[in-house]
Design a protein around this ligand. Structure first.
Ligand code: PGA
Ligand code: ZN
Length: 366
């Protein structure tokens, strides 16, 4: 961070003097040129992103319009709209403290798809979060409301996705919000990859997954991509019509697993590429060709400039994909992403649980 600040103060600031803050493309081009390296490591993409978003704010101020309006002008989509929030309710995988949870999947989210407004969506999300806390305390006596992760999601002592989805469905019922919510899951399946064992011919065995990867006390439950596909099918059948979006159901390098899954479910649900694409426009094209997914998440720290973020959203929309802007686990109270999601009409927004200042700052801005 100190390095990024030094680069901004000593080098980047000088390169932008006399530029027009409303010309975001020119500014972002100058930033990327100034860095000059392939992976933007010279200045650091965090330094470039900070300056790019600051200039975007300056551009809005110069035009005397709200930031979301300026972003809407830059992205040339139809006006502005507020997204459906993906509330992260239960976390597992690498994002839950080991001492609390062995859940294999990373995020079990509630999405208020039938809320009539963003305001109604927030009210429902907050009510649901409280109900889920009560459900989890009833089901798991050791669970406390403070057992949460960085995103504010609960981390109950659950080691399988069925129990997590069941708890969320119970909370829908308890809060009388079953008609408002559907479920989205981020499997983050790269975490589940089972490394080749001694003597394995890697070509022969292919990519394999261990459903119990996060539970050292349990026997491994190893599946190939086809077996994992079937595992998802069982989950969908256990909770008919509840799960409408699945993110990273296969590992980031398992194109074949992704493609077969999307062929099977792509008509009936959203298959989101996150680690698969890493917000990269070239990867969008590759995934379109292989029909690996039908939507993507965009993370600001992966794109480095505002123009890149808008380009990625445009490229995805042109393919008829769903677009979801996503916060990161580590966040500040900065709310730029809230204006970005509204100004690009992305429609979907991952921002954690309705808890903790750095998440609420963004929800409040919306
Ligand atoms: P994170 O991203 O790495 O910031 O926790 C969450 C995700 O995988 O979507
Ligand atoms: Zn993800």
């Amino acid at each position: 961070v100190q390095n990024a600040i030094r680069n901004i103060n000593n080098i980047i600031s000088k390169a932008l003097i006399n530029m027009n803050p409303t010309d975001q493309e020119a500014i972002d081009l100058a930033l990327v040129d100034l860095d000059g390296s392939d992976r933007l490591t010279k200045m650091g993409s965090n330094a470039l992103l900070a300056v790019s978003t600051a200039c975007c704010r300056a551009g809005a101020a110069e035009k005397a319009v709200p930031l979301y309006k300026h972003i809407a002008d830059l992205s040339c989509f139809d006006g502005v709209n507020l997204p459906v929030p993906f509330f992260n309710m239960i976390s597992g995988g690498k994002r839950a403290p080991k001492s609390l949870s062995n859940l294999n999947f990373q995020e079990i989210m509630a999405i208020p798809v039938h809320a009539k407004s963003f305001r109604e969506a927030m009210i429902a999300g907050i009510k649901l979060y409280a109900s889920l806390g009560e459900v989890l305390m009833e089901k798991y006596p050791s669970f406390k409301l403070t057992d949460i992760n960085e995103q504010g999601a609960y981390c109950p002592p659950i080691d399988n996705s069925e129990d997590a989805v069941q708890a969320l469905c119970d909370a829908f019922e308890k809060a009388e919000l079953g008609s408002v919510f559907k479920i989205a899951i981020d499997v983050a399946a790269t975490s589940m990859v089972h490394p080749p064992e001694e003597g394995d011919d890697e070509e022969d065995v292919g990519i394999r997954y261990n459903l119990m990867w996060n539970n050292p006390d349990a026997d491994p439950h190893i599946l190939d991509a086809e077996g994992l596909n079937e595992h998802y099918n069982n989950l969908f059948e256990s909770f008919p019509e509840a799960i409408v979006s699945l993110e990273d159901p296969f590992a980031a390098n398992d194109f074949d697993g992704f493609s077969k899954f999307t062929l099977r479910y792509g008509e009936s649900m959203q298959v989101m590429g996150d680690e698969l694409i890493c917000s990269n426009s070239d990867m969008i094209l590759k995934c379109v060709e292989s029909q690996a997914c039908n939507s993507m998440s965009i993370k600001l720290d992966q794109v480095a400039t505002v123009s890149d973020a808008i380009r990625a959203a445009k490229a995805a929309k042109e393919e008829g994909w769903g677009v979801c802007f996503s916060h990161r686990s580590g966040e500040t109270e900065d709310t730029f992403i809230a204006d970005l999601v509204a100004g690009t009409c992305a429609g979907q927004f991952k921002c954690g649980a309705p808890l903790r200042g750095e998440r609420l700052a963004k929800f409040n801005r919306l």
